[in-house]
Write a protein that binds this ligand. Sequence first.
Ligand code: ADP
Ligand code: ZN
Length: 737
Amino acid sequence: MDLFTAKAATTESLPLRERAKQALKDYFGYEQFRPLQQDIIDSVLAGKDTVVLMPTGGGKSVCFQIPALLKEGVCIVISPLLALMKDQVDALRAAGIGAGALNSAVSQGEQQDLVMRCRNGEVKLLYLSPERLLSDLPWLKQQFTISFLAIDEAHCISAWGHDFRPEYTQLHQLRSLLPDVPIMALTATADKITRRDIIKQLALAEPNVFVASFDRPNLSLAVKHGLGKKQRDGEIADFIAERPGQPGIIYCMSRRLTEELADTLKAEGINAACYHAGMDNTSRERTQLDFIHDRIQVVCATVAFGMGIDKSNVRWVIHYNLPKNPESYYQEIGRAGRDGAPADTLLFHTVGDLVLLSKLAAESGQPELNAAKLQRMQQVAEANICRRRILLSCFGETAANDCGNCDVCKNPPAFFDGTVLAQKALSAVVRTQEEAGINMLVDVLRGSSRAELLERNYHQIKTWGAGRDVSFADWQQYILQFIHLGLLEIAYDEGFALKITDTGREVLKGQQNVQLSTLVHQTREEKKQKKEARQKQRFAQTVADDTTPEEQLFQQLRRLRLSIANEEGVPPYIVFSDRTLREMAAELPQTEEDMMAVSGVGRHKFELYGQVFIEAIKSFAGGNTDSQGEASVSKKRARGDSYRDTLELYKQGLNVEEIALRRQLNPTTIWSHIAQLYLNGEPMNIKDFVTDGEIAKVKIALEKLGKVTALKPVFDALGGDVPYHKIRLAMAWIEKN
Ligand code: ADP
Ligand code: ZN
């Protein structure tokens, strides 16, 4: 920690913005701020009340952690969950930042010690639970200067939000308790009512409000419709088999479902556990810890799971059932891929769930609001244009382009004239006096003879059996489309009977045509092939590793990370994120400079772990030449391969951001590849990225500085005017020409 106080002292003379950037690099190992982070930090440093709306994984934490480091005094962070606090304090300490938490688990002696460390500047961030606020703040503020208050998960204060917490209402009194201390509120909830409510409840004074894009391009989106329980279980087993060892969460509607699904998966040999609010505290905590520490791969959970989880390497999220609104859906899928590396999400959508959720909405305290939110969720699930566009529109955001990373974009639906199908169904609705629910209607159309149907004499109406040629599941999906198209409505208050609408009547009379999207079917043969592939893959995993050297090294680094984490009693992702390990495996850093250039390797983490990881990489890349010469040769090629992969994508016309995302690398790394490829004589249009003016500036700086190869002196000499990546490109150009 001393190292960092010393470090801070040397940067004191720099302008604040520059110091913020330096702190980002030193403590967190990142080269650049994400959009808005810099402005948010400026606002807090200027002492303004500040509201931050950013999606989960967007990078809210550094927005208060960096000002906390730079400002005099201690930043008080209010956070709703104990587990979350512990996680953040662990992560800060691992990064070399003095932090602590005051909660019921802290003894009197520890408390005194903590306060002392706050007073002498060793602790810059102090986490408090909302329950402790009113009792603790009055005496704390006499012990040391409070630089500002950061309220995490601020939407918990609003009764409009989906996550209201009574203990947060105490925060009303913050302003009067500490009238001169700036307040910062952070949340991943975007809706406008909640936003206004936060400002009002906290009595914020003309706050700067920052709304980041809610888009998380690294999350893929997919929906599967109308699958029964057995089918879903099969799909899930396939899904997991395709992602060996990758941690994921499956959200289920009920406690029982979580238990059943966990059992099913365990029987398939998958390392799974369940989690719900009905379990006792100890087993809940154990499951959570096991998941965080990568000892459990899959958690089948109710929505009670996840809020306290900062785990950055969750690689996928599945919704077994439809969520009740887009906010919950987005927050839950947002728990995947927080490290920015690609992650997958899958949602199962059925009419049954929709009906059940509508009922719950109708019986809730705010029936209209909740029904409207459910309807938006339904629109997302039933989208037949880019699903992300529809999802983002729920948060008031308009996307300029289709995303290319959702199921609709990847596999656009085809349409066909479904007028006759619709007429059959609509006619059956009318002839059953609009009293039949969805399943009964399908039974009528398919000519079933079940008892209830016969009792109601439905077998005598004209449309009985008129849709025998379409399967039960397909009819369900078509009817869903009819509802979505506004031809039919569900009467939630009449036992979910289907009612025909005015538009529906027009279709029935032949005054309007209906376009339906075609359903995708998996043939029996495809299913069989998939199952065989799955078994083969599982067999291959137990017998041999036929993965690439890069993947092998990644797995080795993961194991190294796990053993360090176990020794230190922290979650693995706190040591390094998946993304950081991936970059190491691709880039093979073997010197301090190269290692520090990896995204996520800050100065403190380098001091702690850098050498161990360098050793591991060295021995993988160069060692064991005698017995395993092959491995060494293949690894020596790997660095060149890495450049070639970038070149390949560049030639395909991808831009740097896209290449970085595709390769799971930092854009900085890609820029360095481009510079190197250019130096190697590859046809790179380097002038697309750096102007003659910028090259001239760099040239002058270089002449002044003499012969330097590092970027930082040049950057400083130019007063931060030219970003690092451009300096790198300019230097390559100068060298070459
Ligand atoms: P949130 O609290 O908004 O859900 P976090 O603060 O946990 O998100 O950040 C998500 C991830 O992004 C973390 O792994 C964090 O270290 C990383 N991150 C934050 N800022 C940057 C940045 N400027 N460059 C690269 N990674 C970043
Ligand atoms: Zn899309």
